[in-house]
Design a binder for this molecule. Sequence first.
Ligand SMILES: [Zn+2]
Length: 331
Amino acid sequence: MRLMDDLNALYRTMGKRFGRGTIILLALTILVNLIAGPLPSAQAGDGHYSGKQGQILVVKVPADGGVTGVEGTFLGRSISFFPDTRPEETKGFVGLLGIDLQDEPGNHELTVKVQAEEQSQTFTYHVQVLKEDFHVERLTLPKNKVDLDKKSLARWKVEQAQVKEVLTNVSHTKFWQTGFVEPVAGKRTGIFGSVRIMNGQARNPHNGEDIGAPFGTDVAATNDGIVRLTVDHIFSGKGVFVDHGLGLYSMYFHLSEVLVKDGDVVQAGEIVGKVGATGRATGPHLHWGVKLNGARVNPYALLDLPFTRSVQSAAPVPTTDPGSGSGSPEP
Ligand SMILES: [Zn+2]
């Protein structure tokens, strides 16, 4: 009964450390609880929670007044919490915990620090990471088709560094307000997390989802945010990186056209580019990727989050059969 232990500990320490006055009210109102998202993840009743690799867990810390900030740490990654403004929900803070597609299966600690003015309390919970059964593809190709030449390798390293620099920046404001939308209403290939083994060597897993759609189909931003980077990279081709704040980024690759520029403010459903096959792609498709506090998560997990949009923004619908969108050997 870890949760009850923590709560009891909180109540005990309130008397010792928090003193009298307004803060004491917190003892009656703070309840720390974790809620697994509506994704297929098990939730135990005693403060142990679990989710599969690539999923997002919704962590709720009910708090009523006095609490000025909540910050979590999971596997060395910071989890930013934001006030829960959903009208039907109890007051408190919400954090989105991304489980990286390669997080080690097993039990890991999530620590949550609740700050109330000058005082703070830290809680520890157990999150069980469950192994996802990702697709494994074995390919044998001529060596020159697999390995980058010297010049390309140097270019790729520069591009990787550029992307890393952008993605490690955490905006301390949450730019989005309501639900997420699908960037293209096409056919998902369902290969998020799949591992390609080329000539016996494991390559980086596929860190997004490929959506097949005809060349030129509009690609919409999944939610409000700021365009932080537009690229034309060796693997991802023409791409857009949108910062949604608090460490959440969405990426749109292989575009034929980019219709936004760095620094642009975009809204959910706003068109950021057109479907194409730039970079390493065998046919027109959108590679949609999401990074959450450094964790590579399944972008479709965003659509299942319990933050609904009252009027669902319609994603552009392809007019013809999308055809094959598979086969994009991202690094
Ligand atoms: Zn892809």
